[in-house]
Write a protein that binds this ligand. Structure first.
Ligand SMILES: NC(=O)c1ccc[n+]([C@@H]2O[C@H](COP(=O)([O-])OP(=O)(O)OC[C@H]3O[C@@H](n4cnc5c(N)ncnc54)[C@H](OP(=O)(O)O)[C@@H]3O)[C@@H](O)[C@H]2O)c1
Length: 266
């Protein structure tokens, strides 16, 4: 039986992915900051919950070792934990930016580093990452979040070269808006200078969530990426992301960004 380890499995995409893979017969190690009893998880004997905070190296090492100890082998790592810091760059503090990068960038690097020796020994392993459509394009007020996701896109695109010799494959899942706890968890910062712009642009962004798909849609794409045997780096995580990437490919950046601005800066 194959085994998947997920970070940020308490809610949203991580939780939906845990349930989807478990229903497909995989062993799932659902890791989360607070390993609470989730009824859906408790009902499935092939889901094991472990505590893991991606900003805490000791908790990463402990969860990875416990998972290997229990199942003998991990086949797929899904780096999914993350959140968004939003607001005008001048409004956010250095410590807020560092916290964003600690989770979205260094967290991903540290969990990946912890599992690579295991994948190298097995001469097999897939590293999946939830980046974002915002890891390929950008949105107003999300300069820090976008740069954290662009960082992971660049990091993973480069990392895949050196890992190929060990049979390790990297794949990025890039969703556009998805209904989850993500919006409630956005750390939105404003200040008087940018207040009018920030409030209207943030409203424009949140309007995009009205018709957003649920996290199950992304879970299916994560499953495809884990099982299709392809050596493809990037997967549009939602239908809207696929459309946006097509438009980005088709249009000059100036035109593309004016469409983004028109949608959001209402
Ligand atoms: N929803 C969207 O529109 C969207 C679009 C593109 C990309 N994404 C990306 O998709 C991923 C999953 O987001 P989601 O939509 O499922 O949102 P979500 O429901 O808020 O889930 C985020 C998960 O990350 C966890 N997390 C946050 N900081 C963590 C840390 N330091 N250590 C371990 N876990 C941590 C949260 O745990 P707690 O419960 O402990 O807070 C939660 O389980 C994120 O990387 C996000 O950036 C989301």
């Amino acid at each position: 039986m194959n085994t998947l380890l997920i970070t940020g499995a308490s809610t949203g995409i991580g939780r939906a992915t845990a349930i989807y893979f478990a229903d497909k017969g995989w062993n799932v190690i659902a890791t989360m900051r607070n390993a609470v009893q989730d009824v859906a998880f408790v009902q499935k004997t092939n889901i094991t919950c472990l505590q893991l905070d991606v900003t805490n190296p000791a908790s990463i090492e402990s969860a990875v070792q416990q998972a290997i100890g229990k199942f003998g082998k991990i086949d797929v790592l899904f780096n999914n934990a993350g959140y968004a810091l939003a607001g005008a760059f001048e409004a956010v503090t250095e410590s807020q930016i560092r916290k964003q990068f600690e989770t979205n960038v260094f967290g991903v690097m540290n969990v990946t580093r912890a599992i690579l020796p295991h994948f190298r020994t097995n001469h097999a392993g897939i590293v999946l990452n939830t980046t974002s459509s915002g890891g390929i394009i950008t949105f107003p007020l999300y300069s820090v979040y976008n740069s954290s996701k662009w960082a992971i896109e660049g990091f993973m695109e480069s990392l895949q070269f050196e890992l190929r010799q060990f049979g390790i494959v990297i794949k990025n899942i890039e969703p556009a808006s998805v209904k989850s706890e993500f919006v409630e968890n956005i750390e939105f910062i404003s200040n008087p200078v940018y207040d009018n712009y920030s409030r209207s642009a943030q409203k424009g962004t949140l309007d995009g969530y009205k018709n957003a798909p649920t996290a199950d849609v992304v879970a299916k794409i994560v499953y495809k990426a884990a099982t299709d045997g392809e050596k493809k780096l990037r997967y549009a995580g939602t239908p809207q992301a696929r459309l946006v990437f097509f438009m980005r490919w088709l249009l000059p950046l100036k035109w593309f960004n004016s469409i983004i601005a028109k949608q959001i800066e209402k």
